[in-house]
Write a protein of this length. Sequence first.
Length: 67
Amino acid sequence: MRIAIEKDKCAGHARCHAVAGDLFALDDDGYIASTGFVVPPGQEDIARRGARACPERIITVVEDDKA
Ligand code: F3S
């Protein structure tokens, strides 16, 4: 499982980071720092919650691969 992020559309709400700060790191300006990542084993639920928390809906959960 992995997470895909439309980084250039981030508005800096930081809800993703509030839910799962270890997964959704922010840059120095308060915007999401990455365009996506592979979800570590056991963190799938928190990753989904972080994705759902974004009001801009720019975080997508991709279930295609095994972590
Ligand atoms: Fe950006 Fe959404 Fe997180 S706007 S900081 S990806 S909650």
